[in-house]
Design a protein around this ligand. Structure first.
Ligand code: SF4
Length: 959
């Protein structure tokens, strides 16, 4: 029987034909489609997309037909899945490499590379699909001669032969052999009878592999076949019709408009696609040239899988409802990269970089669990032990589990054992729970949770299959994988295990992240990334079977119709152009092809070579026409204010209304009675009244991010000086240094016990001790310079109360006052450098109060612990006594500083009485630069604000 062949542009043109065929033949009709994903598409076309309550048409792939013939004939050959295909090849390759090594054959280094199994697998699949025999290939390439075993073609032939022998020995078949096996099944009378009783429709096959072509010829010999062949408009393309030596019948006509979209970079390209689609539904924008858009459900959009997140983000920003129709593999889920990430950490011996990346993985480590609670990021842990010390107990437990997993990998196991280890680890870590936490409150992330859950389901299924006697794949299942090979095996499995496809949703744009099913159709079709790098992209000849060898093989028996044919580079390019055109044909009424003008390295990218020929038609009835061009140069990234504007998604670069004036916030605190001011707050108020309001009135605290607490260290230091100075006052010959050294442990235990208890503070403890001992020694030197009997007394922590100025009461406590016959010297102890404080007014304010009380002030200054120094303002000979660690003489005197302090105290009293505190926005001031309240005071909204990196505060932690 001969086949009836009809061609079409878009499968919807054949709706009536398909329905009529089904109505006529009912259960006798058998529809065969190229892939499993096309089953639903064809069912929808035949049943009209409506609920269908009658018997459903039988739509199968060739694989389904093979299964049915197997059932009828009782055959037991089992078709393996891609992970098994890889396992068998890996096993055969390892065996082959060790044989070659033993024989002293030097092979090309690429054969030892991990990715070589994939290259080998692709070549073998091609040979199987074209029904090329080992003998035929060997004969064509080497004639009768014994080839050099190191030659790539000889390696391919050897491994191809071993692979097919292996499959035959264990009753297995590769998926690429299905067409061949189906044809061979037709030799059985039961199978023949079954097919002969059917009316076959082959829908959507663009061209056939050698094995498929032989099967189609065999089917045509047995049954009545209707072939619905897609057209490409390419003259001379070797499609199914010409492969069968038939003629075109009932040819379609088309004249579909295409709009080109060009953007200056890949990100803008996707943004522009979303933006123009949002404009289109409003009847505006460049895509409107294609016709009206009434419903987003009329649009299909194709992008590459790696661009899916950016496309989703752009669509959501422009509020375009969408559904994703082509899903990826387990390797693309949140769990996909984990095996290699974990192995990198193990290999790097838990280095800081790789371990920090792993810690950021939400499936294993959750912020909620407080893993980082004790982590001081400035400590840069390296190595397992340091990381353990740096993390919280829950994170430590997870680290131990990861370590145990890697040790188990090192020990090795069969593929099923390795996958079981991985499964138990993910279950133990509650990876699905981790995904739920990531997605919490964000419905658009629900799919990610389902993906992780499905990845674990697939893992369980694969382990069951590998352990199933009935699904035994021979000794390859028992190969022992160790270390990096074990981790790589899990990743490889993830790349081949597919995820389920979402149910389609009406009224929403359909996003295809990868090749859509062949029978897909939409009113409008949008394609991103249509540039030279992708269409045709780089077509490389195989390293194992070079193009000239394919040409030699094909030239073997030119007159023999049955002689297999291997696709040459030229034919692969033609095939790619045909596929490109068939993708365009997905759009019934219009197409958009989008591209970026530059690649990831900012180099210009040319237009696809397939685009220009679309518009140069030889056949006026069949082709595409250019309907417009939309350009998005970089300066169109922001709308200019004159054109349409999506306020929820875009900002505009030209203001359309006067900029709103910045509103300066005010802190307010009403005073009841006479206000009381702490003198230690003067400097804060002087830097910024708003900061004073936040800290002293609202009692907001700067969040502490480090383990070491300078405030507690300040209390410890003050306690030491208070006690040591009192001891010195009682016993003038006492050495401060010896006193501090002898009592250091007691001071620590009383004021900052964590310094000893926590090993992470050891570094800080050592620093603090060194600084305190050095400063005690420096004070001993100062003490030695004070003439005997000159100092009358020393007071520490002296309260200065009840000083009233401008209606406010000032209150404070000086660290230390040395009294002499002619006046007093007031000193303050600081943890930081002394010079960082010499512009402060707190100590001059104490002095001003003393002066008001009738006590002359001969000097005021600061001891700086960090650099063991003194800064200050000292009269006459007092400078020589107190100067230490590089004290500079100042042009200002202590009296001038006191006047300054009084003036600021007066202003502060006024402010406190009014209860109004405005920010000063002194962005050059150190405290303003590193201030924690910059959001509250709206500092960054002020005109001319320039963000400055916060610098380390000089007065770090001083109290
Ligand atoms: S950021 Fe600057 S202006 Fe704002 S509160 Fe802090 S110190 Fe004041």
């Amino acid at each position: 029987m001969a086949a009836t062949i009809e061609s079409y542009y878009n499968i919807t043109e054949k709706v009536d034909r398909l329905r009529a065929f089904y109505n006529k033949y009912g259960g006798e009709a058998l529809f065969i489609v190229p892939s499993g994903l096309d089953r639903d598409a064809l069912l929808d076309i035949i049943c009209g997309g409506d609920p269908y309550f009658g018997d459903r048409p039988t739509v199968w792939t060739v694989g389904d037909l093979y299964k049915e013939l197997q059932r009828i004939t009782g055959s037991s050959v089992r078709v393996i899945d891609p992970p098994d295909h890889n396992l068998i090849l890996r096993w055969l390759l390892e065996e082959f490499l060790s044989e070659m090594e033993k024989d002293g054959v030097a092979l090309a280094p690429g054969l030892y590379h991990k990715g070589f199994v994939t290259v080998l697998g692709d070549n073998i699949k091609e040979l199987l699909a074209e029904e090329v025999s080992c003998e035929g290939l060997s004969q064509a390439l080497f004639d009768e001669e014994e080839p050099d075993p190191a030659l790539p073609e000889a390696v391919l032939i050897t491994l191809y032969e071993r692979y097919t022998d292996y499959l035959a020995e264990y009753g297995l078949a590769d998926a690429a052999q299905i067409a061949t096996l189906t044809r061979l099944k037709l030799n059985a009378p039961e199978a023949l009878e079954f097919v002969a009783g059917k009316r076959l429709v082959l829908a959507g096959f663009l061209s056939f592999t050698g094995a498929q072509l032989k099967l189609v010829r065999a089917l045509c010999d047995i049954a009545e076949v209707l072939m619905l062949q897609p057209e490409t408009g390419l003259d001379g393309f070797h499609d199914g019709i010409s492969q069968l030596g038939s003629e075109y019948y009932g040819r379609p006509e088309w004249n579909v408009p295409i709009v080109k979209l060009e953007a200056s970079n890949a990100y803008l390209e996707l943004e522009a696609l979303a933006r123009e689609t949002a404009l289109w539904i409003e009847g505006a924008g460049g895509f409107a040239e294609l016709g009206g858009l009434d419903d987003y459900g009329e649009v299909g959009l194709l992008i590459s899988p790696d661009r899916l997140p950016v496309m989703e983000y752009a669509l959501s920003r422009y509020k375009i409802p969408y559904n994703i129709q082509v899903r990826g593999t387990v390797g693309e889920t949140l769990a996909g990269d984990l095996p290699s990430m974990i192995w990198r950490v193990w290999n790097s011996n838990w280095d800081n970089y790789n371990t920090a990346i792993l810690l950021a993985n939400p499936l294993l480590f959750s912020e909620e669990g407080g893993f980082a609670a004790e982590y001081d990021e400035s400590s840069f842990p390296e190595g397992y032990d340091e990381w353990r010390r740096a993390l919280s107990p829950s994170a430590r437990k997870r680290l131990a589990e990861i370590r145990a997993l890697c040790l188990a990998f090192e020990k090795g196991g069969r593929p099923a054992d390795i996958l079981s280890l991985w499964h138990d680890f993910l279950e133990g870590a509650d990876a699905v729970g981790g995904a739920v936490r990531v997605a919490s409150g964000e419905p658009s992330l629900d799919e990610r949770v389902k993906d992780v859950s499905h990845a674990i389901y697939e893992l369980k299924k694969k382990i069951k299959n590998l352990n199933d006697e009935a699904k035994y794949i021979g000794p390859a299942a028992g190969v022992v994988l160790r270390g990096g090979d074990a981790a790589a095996f899990i990743s490889d499995w993830g790349r081949t295990a597919t995820l389920p496809i979402q149910l389609p949703q009406s009224h929403s744009l359909t996003l295809y992240a990868g090749m859509p099913p062949i029978l897909t159709e939409h009113r409008y079709w949008l394609m991103a990334g249509v540039d030279y790098n992708s269409w045709p992209g780089m077509l490389r000849e195989s390293l194992l079977l070079r193009n000239d060898n394919k040409v030699r093989f094909n030239a073997g028996s030119p007159d023999d119709e049955e002689h297999p044919h291997l696709p040459e580079i030229r034919e692969e390019r033609e095939q790619k152009e045909a596929i490109f055109r068939r993708l365009l044909a997905t759009g019934r009424e219009g197409v958009v092809i989008a591209r970026s003008l530059t690649d990831a390295s900012k180099d210009p990218v040319a237009e696809s070579q397939f685009v220009a020929p679309l518009f140069k038609r030889h056949d006026p009835k069949r082709g595409w026409r250019e309907a417009g061009k939309v350009c998005y140069p970089l300066d169109a990234a922001l709308p200019d204010g004159d054109g349409p504007w999506f306020p929820q998604a875009e900002i505009i670069c030209t203001p359309v209304s006067p900029a709103p004036t910045h509103k300066v916030p005010e802190g307010r605190a009403d005073e009841e009675g006479k206000p009381v001011v702490r003198i230690s707050d003067i400097d804060t108020w002087n830097v910024c009244p708003y900061l004073y309001w936040c800290q002293s009135r609202l009692r907001f605290e700067r969040p502490r991010t480090e383990l070491y607490d300078p405030r507690v260290a300040g209390i410890l230091s003050h306690r030491i000086w208070e006690e040591a100075i009192q001891a010195k006052a009682a016993e003038p010959k006492l050495s401060l240094q010896i006193y501090v050294m002898e009592n250091w442990r007691r001071f620590k235990d009383e004021c900052y016990p964590a310094l000893d208890a926590d090993p992470r503070l050891a570094r800080h403890e050592k620093n603090l001790m060194r600084q305190l001992f050095a400063m005690a020694a420096m004070q001993d030197e100062i003490e030695a310079r004070i003439p005997a009997g000159a100092r009358l007394k020393i007071e520490t922590e002296c309260a200065l109360e009840g000083f009233e100025l401008n209606g406010a009461l000032f209150r404070g406590q000086a660290d230390r006052i040395d009294y002499y016959a002619d006046g007093a010297v007031v000193m303050d102890y600081k943890l930081g450098r002394s010079a960082a404080h010499d512009k402060e007014l707190q100590v001059p304010a104490y002095c001003a109060i003393l002066k008001e009380a009738g006590i002359a002030v001969q000097g005021l200054g600061w001891f700086g612990q960090r650099d063991c120094s003194v800064s200050g303002y000292f009269n006459g000979g007092y400078f020589d006594i107190y100067a230490a660690g590089g004290t500079k003489r100042s042009r200002q005197s202590a009296d001038e500083r006191m006047e300054e302090a009084l003036s600021v105290m007066e202003q502060m009293a006024e402010s406190v009485k009014n209860g109004i505190y405005r920010p000063k926005y002194d962005v050059k001031a150190q405290r303003c630069k590193s201030c924690a309240f910059y959001v509250l005071c709206r500092k960054r909204e002020t005109q001319g604000y320039i963000a400055a990196e916060p610098e380390e505060s000089e007065g770090n932690g001083d109290e």
